[in-house]
Design a protein around this ligand. Sequence first.
Ligand SMILES: Cc1cc2nc3c(=O)[nH]c(=O)nc-3n(C[C@H](O)[C@H](O)[C@H](O)COP(=O)(O)OP(=O)(O)OC[C@H]3O[C@@H](n4cnc5c(N)ncnc54)[C@H](O)[C@@H]3O)c2cc1C
Length: 337
Amino acid sequence: MIRQNISLKPYNTFGIEATASKFARFSSVNELKDILTETPDKEILILGGGSNVLFVKDTIDELVLLNEIKGFEVVEDNLDDVVVSAGAGEIWHEFVMKCIEKGFCGVENLSLIPGSVGASPMQNIGAYGVEIKDVFEKLEALHIQTGEIHTFTNKECEFGYRESVFKRKLKGQYVITQVYFRLKKQPNLNTSYGAIDTELAKMGIANPSVKDVSNAVISIRSSKLPNPKEIGNAGSFFKNPVVDQSVYQKIAQKYDSVPNYPAENGAVKLAAGWLIEQTGWKGKTKGHYGVHKLQALVLVNYGGATGAEIYDLSTEIIEKVKAEFGVTLEREVNIYL
Ligand SMILES: Cc1cc2nc3c(=O)[nH]c(=O)nc-3n(C[C@H](O)[C@H](O)[C@H](O)COP(=O)(O)OP(=O)(O)OC[C@H]3O[C@@H](n4cnc5c(N)ncnc54)[C@H](O)[C@@H]3O)c2cc1C
């Protein structure tokens, strides 16, 4: 059923007030198809957990659709691995917990990332040395214009760092309905990311299980990132920029401690949070919004901020970083202007 003039405040983790002129929920592909036949212009905005969006405009004129397709099923059971299919409206962290309960390995480093399974391929979610592309098998998505279901393989999703074909070439064209993951039956843990090993050592665990790694990740994340139920935010607001060697060398001449990581073709990945911190923004507030005190990558709404205020703050930060380092930060969060 399509409803009119619905507040989107409960549906975005920034807690921004915006109104959907038209709003509907669907919990199956057939329900989605029915709604689309009632929507001649096919102008759609799909929402999962709303944990990676910023509404800048007050009214969203597209039809806002909340994806609630549930389901968890092992569809292939092999000697070494399984393929698990999950409905796009499953909550990502609950999906991870179900995989761990069943002893499947591969998504434990991605514990506690907010949002839905269906949004996970959108930006190839990643944390602690793992991205979903590492375990992604395929997805099914409904083409909004034709109503046809198309299957996309790992390669066809064109995953990159917080990127996929659905954020670029095919933006706004598909609703992801089902995602398939290939997971290992035997532990094949990735604790190379320093903080996980340190946390496991603190927990006194020498031979970790899949569950231990998940617990370590949950513990690190809970101590570092603001809980959106308490402080409005959308996680990292900016991507870590990838720059040429020459740009990196210039920065390193002035700041010899600049964190840097090798990227493709000799390029260098910098830490956006560090760059922002150097410009003095970490922990700064502008009344009821600002930059988080523990993590400069995270912009926060302490209550009552507008999307425009958060957006303008992000522009100010981009300009400051550009002036100081000559590096242009790109927003990771999906902006609705
Ligand atoms: C505290 C916090 C920590 C975070 N940490 C991480 C992290 O470690 N790593 C990371 O990668 N991300 C992180 N994020 C970002 C966010 O959790 C992910 O991007 C997540 O995948 C968003 O899921 P969602 O369901 O909330 O998507 P939404 O915010 O609802 O949507 C995001 C985008 O995807 C589109 N979309 C959503 N569902 C579908 C669908 N089924 N079909 C087509 N399009 C769709 C939307 O239209 C929108 O453009 C964090 C966010 C928060 C608040």
